[in-house]
Design a protein around this ligand. Structure first.
Ligand SMILES: Cc1cc2nc3c(=O)[nH]c(=O)nc-3n(C[C@H](O)[C@H](O)[C@H](O)COP(=O)(O)O)c2cc1C
Length: 380
């Protein structure tokens, strides 16, 4: 199957699986512990049923949306994910950023990107955000924020569900690390993915590009564990918010109480997420947490949603249950791994086509019209 014949995100996942060494595919595809939250994020969408309004003029459908001051052509955007060059060594972050720019959507860059902020800014001139953590070394954080501002990033996203990396057992089994280490297992997996390996060998080594000047000897995961302060609290989040001064989102909120705390420190957006099931396993599916959080926020901040989005109907459901915009993670990463920029563009196209068709089928012509009454309330 070629890229053009990929009809849905599941097809892109299959293409990614064929192209990548197993350890890299598993790093994208996997989750924590028994991967219960990972699966539930996807499956719980299937339990939600939609109803439609018939005989509505749906000749023109407007998919535009706005989030944290950014106008977008679509109500979904690129979620931050670490080290894109690992998934497509030649294209990396710039391939994703270019596809997002062409689609008119926000690009949110991971702190652990394998490309510098300055290079990403050249690939995406539209609204772009930087995801951050509160490192032990505050000077390092301040330096990063100053660089982000200088490179024209308009928002920052503080991820709060990662006081320590989750237990991703597939990675341990595969001897996986960033950058990859050579062991018998990793070498034999690499040999089974010749096209990927040729790209990897022809391009510069993968690093946490924004911290390259720090001379990381041990690799990104070790760097993260060393820099993660496990004593970070809401006071530190407030410090981050004040130090930055611009648009600010708190990512990784899973309860109404934390949503109110985020509002309390002045967040512009509360980002409902469980890190795609990669952190605390047996956390509820993200979509199950959304309605109560939307109710608690009561319009005092915008709401971003991620977790398990693979279909246009998933986007509709999250918007109907209170989200202002949806972030996609694996959906575009499968496209990136399958075919670089073209693959990301294909992932965005697939979701756009599905969303437009779904809006017509639902009888709703605007994103603001995707409201809770579309969700079927089953009588038990
Ligand atoms: C391979 C991978 C790397 C990720 N890296 C980061 C990261 O660096 N920072 C972050 O805040 N979230 C990260 N995430 C989480 C995503 O931003 C997002 O919350 C998650 O992927 C949403 O779930 P989905 O993949 O089902 O769409 C990562 C996710 C994946 C799959």
């Amino acid at each position: 199957m070629g890229l053009e014949r990929a009809r849905n995100i599941a097809d892109l996942r299959e293409l990614a699986r064929k192209r990548l060494p197993r350890m890299v595919f598993d790093y994208i595809d996997g989750g924590a512990d028994d991967e219960i939250t990972l699966r539930r994020n996807v499956e719980r969408f299937r339990d939600i049923e939609l109803t439609w309004d018939a005989l509505v003029d749906v000749e023109k459908v407007d998919t535009s949306a706005a989030i944290m001051g950014a106008s977008m052509r679509l109500p979904f955007f690129i979620s931050p994910t670490a080290s894109s060059r690992l998934f497509h060594p030649r294209g990396g972050e710039c391939a994703v950023a270019r596809a997002a720019q062409a689609a008119g959507i926000v690009y949110a860059c991971s702190t652990l990107a394998s490309t510098t902020l300055e290079d990403i800014a050249k690939a995406h001139q539209g609204p772009r955000w930087l995801q951050v953590y509160v490192w032990r070394d505050r000077a390092l954080v301040e330096e990063l924020l100053t660089r982000a501002k200088a490179a024209g990033f308009t928002g920052i996203v503080l991820t709060v569900d990662l006081p320590v990396a989750g237990n991703r057992e597939r990675d341990g089994r595969n001897d996986f690390s960033i950058p990859p280490r050579v062991t018998f297992r990793t070498a034999s997996q690499a040999l089974a993915a010749p096209a990927y390996m040729a790209d990897m060998l022809a391009t510069p080594p993968i690093s946490a590009a924004n911290f390259a000047h720090l001379k990381m000897e041990s690799g990104i995961i070790q760097f993260v564990n060393a820099q993660f302060s496990r004593s970070v609290t809401w006071e530190d989040a407030r410090w981050m918010r004040e130090t930055w001064g611009g648009k600010f989102a708190v990512k990784g909120v899973s309860t109404p109480d934390d949503a109110r705390r985020a509002v309390g420190i002045g967040a512009d957006a509360v980002w409902v997420s469980n890190h795609g099931g990669r952190q605390l396993d047996t956390a509820p599916a993200s979509i199950d947490m959304l309605p109560a959080i939307a109710e608690a926020v009561r319009g005092d901040a915008e709401i971003i949603f991620d977790g398990g989005v693979r279909r246009g109907t998933d986007i509709v459901k999250a918007l109907a249950l209170g989200a202002n915009a949806i972030a996609i993670g694996r959906a575009y990463l499968y496209g990136l791994a399958a075919a670089g920029e073209r693959g990301v563009a294909r992932a965005i196209d697939i979701l756009e086509d599905e969303l437009k068709r779904d809006m017509m089928l639902l009888g709703r012509t605007r994103v603001s019209g995707l409201t809770r009454d579309l969700i079927f309330q089953r009588r038990v």
